[in-house]
Write a protein that binds this ligand. Structure first.
Ligand SMILES: *[C@@H]1O[C@H](CO)[C@@H](O)[C@H](O)[C@H]1NC(C)=O
Ligand SMILES: *[C@@H]1O[C@H](CO)[C@@H](O)[C@H](O)[C@H]1NC(C)=O
Ligand SMILES: *[C@@H]1O[C@H](CO)[C@@H](O)[C@H](O)[C@H]1NC(C)=O
Ligand SMILES: *[C@@H]1O[C@H](CO)[C@@H](O)[C@H](O)[C@H]1NC(C)=O
Length: 279
């Protein structure tokens, strides 16, 4: 008897649970009628359309004010970092074993491919010592000044395909990072020193070790897609007493307003690397 009394109660429980999802008597789904659901859906539809519209409008206004050729937001122009090629903090090799320096030579050769005359046929012969200002509308492709690979002479890889590594007088190339709009005041040149008592001889190419003004300002990747940074090569004329020792070389950009002694950033206008040639 007790069991027959229990059953209806059970049934009521399950039906009220089911009703909370769909109630066939009132036609409510999850506690709302169809028209109530329709209103809610309509509200969200209108609401999201409005949001999407707002988003599209602001994007459109933003894009109207952007220009592909010049970055829009720039504060003061920073000083560039100085980097070396081959890009190793330590250049260690045995000058009698070509496979020990092959990697350095290959890196240099690959890097200089872009400086080949054939790659620069469309580049302009610019006036030395003068900034290459290019007026006219900002959104136009601009010309690029030619840098001749053979200005690097013994470090060009043309006359000496081993860049001096085989004779134990290796070349290192230096370049500054490109910075849009940078126009260094003065005549920036490279000065490398080895921390030692008797100074090691060095040879620079081009001979003034200068980054000529004609390569400035840089107008950006889109306006000057073929832009090549000017290079300075330094050839370390190591002697017998320099071999089998680790030498620390520091190179700085001097002679201009470019920063080279920032305490926090040791690559700003300067670079250090170690070199050890064994025989
Ligand atoms: C450099 O290489 C030469 C020739 O293989 C070898 O005789 C010499 O011991 C090497 N020098 C050093 C310091 O390993
Ligand atoms: C660049 O010049 C070097 C030396 O003349 C040559 O070996 C190399 O193939 C040239 N590279 C290109 C991409 O023209
Ligand atoms: C560009 O403008 C500067 C200053 O406005 C002027 O000195 C220079 O001669 C102009 N250069 C060219 C190529 O028009
Ligand atoms: C290069 O730097 C060294 C050490 O700072 C300095 O003594 C020398 O005069 C500099 N050379 C040039 C050409 O500026």
């Amino acid at each position: 008897m007790a069991s027959t009394e229990d059953k209806p109660a059970n049934k009521e429980n399950t039906s009220s649970w089911k009703d909370s999802i769909y109630n066939p008597r009132t036609g409510e789904l999850l506690g709302r009628t169809a028209s109530s659901w329709a209103l809610i859906l309509l509200f969200y539809l209108v609401f999201y359309c409005f949001l999407a519209g707002m988003f599209a409008l602001t994007m459109w206004v933003m894009l109207l004010t952007l220009n592909d050729y010049v970055p829009r937001y720039r504060d003061r122009i920073p000083s560039p970092g100085l980097v070396i090629r081959p890009n190793f903090p330590e250049i260690y090799y045995n000058k009698s074993e070509p496979h020990k320096y092959a990697d350095y030579v290959k890196k240099l050769e690959n890097f200089l491919q872009r400086y080949n005359d054939t790659e620069q046929e469309n580049n302009k012969e610019c006036l030395e010592g003068q900034y290459f200002m290019q007026n006219g509308t900002e959104d136009k492709t601009k010309e690029v000044c030619r840098f001749k690979r053979d200005w690097l002479s013994l470090c060009s890889g043309l006359s000496d395909t081993n860049f001096g590594y085989s004779e134990g007088k290796p070349c290192v190339l230096l370049k500054m990072n490109r910075i849009i709009g940078l126009m260094p005041r003065g005549d920036p040149y490279i000065n490398c020193t080895i921390k030692r008592d008797n100074p090691t001889q060095m040879q620079y190419f081009p001979s003034k070790a200068r980054f000529d003004r004609m390569y400035f300002p840089y107008y950006g990747k889109k306006a000057q897609n073929n832009y090549l940074q000017p290079l300075v090569a330094v050839k370390l004329l190591l002697e017998k007493e320099d071999y089998n020792k680790e030498l620390q070389v520091e190179c700085r950009v001097e002679g201009s307003d470019l920063r080279n002694n920032d305490e926090r950033d040791k690559y700003l206008g300067r670079v250090t690397f170690r070199i050890k040639v064994v025989e």
